[in-house]
Structure formats: structure tokens, C-alpha cells
Design a protein around this ligand. Sequence first.
Ligand SMILES: *Cc1c(COP(=O)(O)O)cnc(C)c1O
Length: 373
Amino acid sequence: MEFIDLRTQYVAMKSRLDGCIAQVLEHGAYIMGPEVGILEAQLAEYSGAQNVVTCANGTDALVLTLRSLGIGSGDAVITTPFTFFATGEAIALVGARPVFADIDLATFNIDPERLPQAVTSANALGLTPRAVMTVDLFGLPANYDAIEVLCEQLGLKLIEDAAQAFGGRIRERRAGSFGDAATTSFFPAKPLGCYGDGGAIFTQDANTAAHLRSLRVHGKGTDKYDNVRIGTNSRLDTIQAAILLEKLKIFPQELEARQLVAQRYSNDLPAELTVPTVPEGYQSSWAQYSVLARDEAHREGITTFLKDRGVPTMIYYAKPLHLQQAFSSLGYSAGDFLNSEDVSRRIFSLPMSPYLTRDDQDLVIECIHQAER
Ligand SMILES: *Cc1c(COP(=O)(O)O)cnc(C)c1O
């Protein structure tokens, strides 16, 4: 059993994928070919964002977004310490400083109640608090009902890191449509993945979108040899756009299939594990299905038992960002974000894919029950 099965999807779609790749090779517009614009329009339609700008990967999507909002040196961006490293890294890459706010224990997402305290911390450091960067962890949107109001009150921009959450939603609003801008990643293992790196930025604001379109092609003005600002090279390959267009067609069914796997796990796993909380009206895209063990030893016992029976698990994330060596200069220490630290010792993720067979689901569930006996 694979932890994330990409192969079954490939086999099912092979002839369509071969066809769309061949088409790009035929027309020859390898960079910014027609598929890129078509994909952006379809992503906008799906997400409910007015504008979508694709780029080279999900990390660049965050960096470009921060740059388009003019965030840099002397600024603070409030974010969660319980995320993939790229979230905090992007903030540091533009010269701003990440200021962490702890997570909610039930959803693993940033706790809105901690935002005012984080603003106070940023001010105390002599920094200008500019934005909150939320993460929709494992596919579950953060608590935007509360966060949007708070950002408004605190005068902060809101950036949604939806790298794991394409397809997630709160009621009728989809991931990508929250905040001043949102980002996603098309890394192969994300819910909507291509066959290489890719990313996108979503924004309701046409000026931000225009700025982003310039930044991703060396700060171009009216044409690419007219450079009006320092940009970078961060485009989505036409071939990857063509692949994503095909995958987007089956994405709604895949999301439904992930939903069924998650429901099955949540119904049938033993009570010794804490299964994911999905608040009323929310839907996760189930990038990961992650559970909490009682403690580190309990987790170790179960994951080793599963491994011996051919059931892979992963730990996202064993080390919160504030304890990463790369961020040692920020001056945080163990004990600063107790919920993140607690979760990092107890969490693990089970195999998840729209193509996880009923037999494999049975095996995962049965093995965990055995491990508990
Ligand atoms: C994957 C991921 C990113 C980065 O995306 P890449 O395409 O790998 O650069 C950023 N933030 C989060 C939360 C992610 O999971």
C-alpha cells in the first residue's frame, strides 16, 4: 500500500494525459502557452476568486504574494508554527519576520484568539505587523469567520496558504477565496497535483493580480523586454497546465472519494485515537488524514505495528517551525507554543488517496484495532 497513491490515477487517465502532453509538444508554446490562461480561468471559476495567477510552485506563490502586498524588511507576518516549513520560509525570504501564534487543538489551525497577542509581540519587537498568513492544514480551511473580522479590526492583510486545501470549503466559499490573496501548490502529492512543481495565487483584487503577473516574468511592463520592477522567473510550465486541466475535470469526483475514505476512517477507527474535527459547515480536501495518539509512546507503538504489516504512515509535523534550527535566530524556545508542541508529539497521518481501495481501508483500520489489543 502506498501512503499517497499517484499511480492509479495516472493509469486511469493515461491516454488523456498522453494526448494533452502531445498537444503541447505539437503546438510548441512551452512557456506561457494557451493552456496556462485556460487553467487560470478554470481555477478562478472553481474557487470563486476573481483572478488567478499561476506560478512555478507553492513557495513562490507565497513569496510573490507577500511582495505584491509590499511586505518586507521591518514587517511582521503572523502565522502558525504548525505547518510545512515553506510557510514561514516565504515570510523570511522577503525580509519580514514570522511571528507565531499557536494553534487550536481541535483543528490544528491557527487559533484566532491568539492573534491580538501576536500583534502585541510584533509591536514589542519594533516591527510593523502587516499580515496574517493562515494555513488550511491538511485541507481544512482555517477559522475565517473569526479571522476575517479580526484582520479587519487589527488592520492586517490576510493571506491564505491553501497549498494543502484546494477543494476545501466553508459553506459555499472555497479555499482560495479567503483573504486579500490565497495561494496553492500543485506539487504532485497535493490534492490537485501536477507532474512536477507548480503553484497559483488567487485574489479578488485586479491590481494585485496585475502586479503578480508582472512579478512572475521579471517585472515586465507592457511587454517582457520592458522591465518596470525587479521581478523573478516563476511561471507554470505549459505542459503542467495541460496536465492540471485534465486532472481538474475529475477533481470533484476525487474529492468525493477522499471524503468517503475520511468518513470511513472516522467511523471505524478505535476510540483510543482522536480523529479529525471538521467544524459544522466546513469541508476538508483531505490532503492528509491525521489522528492524535495519547502520547508519543502510543504513537510509536501504532506506527511501528502498522509499518511491520505494510501500512505506511507519516508524521506531519514532528518539529514545529519555532523549534527549527533555521529559525533559531527568532529566539523562540520549547514551551512557547504548547498546543503545537503537544500535537507534534502525538500526530500521525494514515494512507489517503481517492483511489484507496476498500480492502486497503479495511487493512488500515483492522491493523490499528489489532495494535490496540
Ligand atoms: C506544500 C506546501 C507549500 C509549498 O508548496 P511547494 O509547491 O512545495 O513549494 C507551502 N505551504 C504549505 C502549507 C504546504 O503544504
